[in-house]
Design a protein around this ligand. Sequence first.
Ligand SMILES: Nc1nc2c(ncn2[C@@H]2O[C@H](COP(=O)(O)OP(=O)(O)OP(=O)(O)O)[C@@H](O)[C@H]2O)c(=O)[nH]1
Ligand SMILES: [Mg+2]
Length: 374
Amino acid sequence: MKATIVTYSDDFMMREAEELAKAAGYTVAMVIGLKQVLKSEFGVGEGKAQELAAVVDENGSDVIIVDESLTSAQANNLARLARAEVIDRERLILNIFAMRAATAQAKLQVQLAELRYELPRTKDAVRNSTAGERAGFMGMGELAVDVKFKALRRRMAFIREKLAKAETSREVQRKERAKLGEALVSLAGYTSSGKTTLFNRLASESKEESPNLFTTLSTTTRSIALPGSKKVMLSDTVGFISRLPTYLVESFKSTLEELTYADLILLVVDASEPLETVTTKLMSCIENLEQLAVDPKKVLLVLNKVDRLPRGSADISLGDRFAALDSVRTSATRGDGMRQLRNRIVEKTRRIGSGEGHRGTVRSGRSEGSPRAT
Ligand SMILES: Nc1nc2c(ncn2[C@@H]2O[C@H](COP(=O)(O)OP(=O)(O)OP(=O)(O)O)[C@@H](O)[C@H]2O)c(=O)[nH]1
Ligand SMILES: [Mg+2]
């Protein structure tokens, strides 16, 4: 399917929107950058909507992707005018997640996010389709909204319950692991930064790595051996993206919660991108970690893909904003920096494990070197 993308005239956003569209399986015919995307009933501005209709007609796109959140009225109006299917950013991300969900848990999480997406849009759609009815049958429209709403809510409650059950068994597993006295180390970072490639190298695994966004949707945890016959549990997690819909974060909370239990977080960054991109992505990762109430002291920055940097290039300077973060340079594909990374994990989990005031649910005294560890 061919798609024309409408986004902001910003290099980063244009590239990211294109990558998202490709990850969802579209062939991208054109990326249009606008100063203002959310406008009027067409979502892009009426004049622009007419132009867009002509462009899509010309390049034969089946789909228009609007890189913003649209109401169903906006999407419908634009679709009618341009005679093409209209998909907004949230729908696009949901479609990728739906395609990639492999485990039962991930599938439930996606279903929950779908329902959250639909809830406000159902309201719109039912209102519109029953507007005539309401005039004749006094309030039938409202009734239809109600029925539909109740059905959606019931379904959501059902899925939440199922997810909660799965969460209980994860909790049991977590406690079992805690008894082994191994620190938990989690990989986090922007989608496609190389988390799974690092995970595979550290754990001698062969989980799927790919240049597509959101390759990994569920957590995998393995025990890995480190220098000094130390062992830690290492988890690979779902990647972050900018402007991630909050309900998607909520739906994937139990997966992301892995990060709140971690003793150490390896925040992976693709350091081969332009500094501005690196900074933007790092900021959005840090925002996500803050939302999950992760302690910045537990973060070790992994500047990955250094094999792509020009030979002998100076140290990557991220500026004062990230000065507090410790960092290691790696190439997960070529193997650079792996020894340093392993050593840093040993060091960092030793310090974290020795009982400096853990918060809330995080267990303390499990790691090697702690007097309480057994
Ligand atoms: N050149 C180079 N490529 C790398 C390196 N690490 C990973 N890659 C490539 O980057 C792409 C993304 O890697 P993944 O490991 O799938 O990234 P991820 O962070 O797990 O991504 P998601 O699961 O989608 O969130 C793949 O094509 C990898 O081969 C590296 O150090 N150097
Ligand atoms: Mg991955």
